[in-house]
Write a protein that binds this ligand. Structure first.
Ligand SMILES: NC(=O)c1ccc[n+]([C@@H]2O[C@H](COP(=O)([O-])OP(=O)(O)OC[C@H]3O[C@@H](n4cnc5c(N)ncnc54)[C@H](O)[C@@H]3O)[C@@H](O)[C@H]2O)c1
Length: 354
């Protein structure tokens, strides 16, 4: 088997998602994707809770287990791939340590990091070491999003005017919302030029950093399409709406898709684009596709759908959103203030509100 993979952050053996919506054990999805890839062997798992590492290793054919990333990197000098599945505040230091130890493919969970200074360091380190860094927005590989991307790109609905992601259920921008910011960029097929946001920040935290109670975010894409992302308890469901000059698309997180096309797009064509391709791994299918794309991109020296630049662009939008809300100003990208993290953005908002 050509590639030796490892995971840091196994998660509890049975996901113990708490009331604060933390604890998805996403390391298990990475382990499954490695197990199912013909060219990968899961060689090692590290977790500060060694019992979590042990359970994941046992489930996946008996990899070595370690109680820390540093111990794993010291004892496993020939790792090719590492999945960083810990909380976002740990992503930067773990990615840097892996690059330093010579790992050449690193899949970091979303969101990439909690400040732009961290992201700049992660990308610089990867570039200078010749390593490939990826950020796991695996929804890009899932239907109906993948087909919607092609339907839009092939021009069947005309120009894309607005892409509007929404996520309720108490979810925040940096956690679940990260997927919708990413999906807005993916479908709009453009980069953000500016960001404007309003947020209510009452001191809530998730995954080790500040989060909002609710947010309204506008993303100005460079060719004129507007991105919108709503978070908060009052947002019903989770999905994305795409409004175009000649029709619209409604895609929900559970995979349902509807197209309204006044120019009457033939039904069979819509079906061809949006038909669900059932995976025997259900919701985890896209994690397998992500790992396959990462390895093929590495081997062929081509971009993947989830390169570090993409994860960076998503996180830059999200961090800009918190800064915009704190300063009550439209912020142009790239952001000039690269050191402020989420907690500082929150504090400056609290000061602004006196
Ligand atoms: N791509 C997706 O769809 C998706 C879904 C859920 C979560 N996530 C992301 O995955 C990441 C992890 O979230 P989760 O919900 O799986 O977390 P989790 O709490 O279920 O698992 C994290 C694991 O990391 C371990 N850990 C903590 N500190 C450590 C350290 N210093 N060294 C080694 N191990 C350590 C914990 O013991 C735990 O087992 C987050 O960034 C989250 O946003 C992504």
């Amino acid at each position: 088997v050509p590639y030796r993979a490892a995971i840091v952050g196994a998660g509890a053996p049975v996901a113990r998602t708490n009331a604060n919506l933390e604890g998805f054990s996403i390391g298990k999805a990475h382990a499954l994707a490695y197990r199912e890839h013909p060219d990968v062997e899961l060689a090692a798992v590290a977790d500060i809770r060694i019992e979590n590492a042990r359970a994941l290793a046992e489930e996946n054919g008996g990899a070595q287990v370690y109680a820390s990333l540093s111990e794993m990197l010291e004892n496993e000098p020939a790792l090719d791939l590492l999945s960083v599945c810990t909380w976002p505040t740990l992503h930067c230091e773990m990615v840097l340590a892996a690059i330093d130890a010579g790992v050449r493919m690193i899949i970091c969970e979303k969101p990439m990091a909690v400040s732009l200074a961290e992201i700049d360091r992660m990308k610089e380190a990867a570039d200078s070491a010749g390593a490939r860094l990826f950020v796991n927005h695996q929804r890009r590989y899932a239907q109906p999003f993948r087909g919607a991307k092609r339907l839009l790109a092939d021009g069947h609905l005309g120009d894309i005017l607005r892409v509007e992601g929404y996520i309720g259920g108490g979810w925040d921008l940096m956690s679940w919302g990260s997927h919708w910011v990413d999906m807005a960029r993916y479908l709009a097929d453009d980069e953000a030029a500016w960001v404007f946001a309003a947020a209510q920040m009452s001191g809530k935290r998730r995954y080790g950093h500040s989060i909002e109670d609710r947010m309204l975010l506008q993303i100005g894409f460079s060719r004129g399409c507007l991105g919108l992302v709503h978070t908060g308890d009052h947002v019903g469901g989770a999905g994305i709406l795409v409004t175009c000059s000649e029709g619209s698309l409604r895609l929900s997180a559970d995979g349902a898709a509807q197209v309204a096309a006044p120019r009457s797009l033939p039904e069979h064509l819509v079906d061809d684009y949006l038909r669900e391709v059932p995976s025997r791994h259900g919701d985890l299918g896209p994690f397998l596709d992500a790992v396959a794309d990462v390895i093929a991109a590495y081997e062929d020296g081509r971009p993947s759908l989830i390169d570090a630049d993409s994860g960076h662009a998503d996180t830059e939008i999200m961090l800009a959103a918190y800064q915009s809300a704190a300063r009550r100003a439209v912020l142009r990208l790239p952001l000039s203030d690269r050191s402020t993290d989420l907690d500082e953005a929150r504090e400056s908002q609290v000061r602004a509100e006196g």
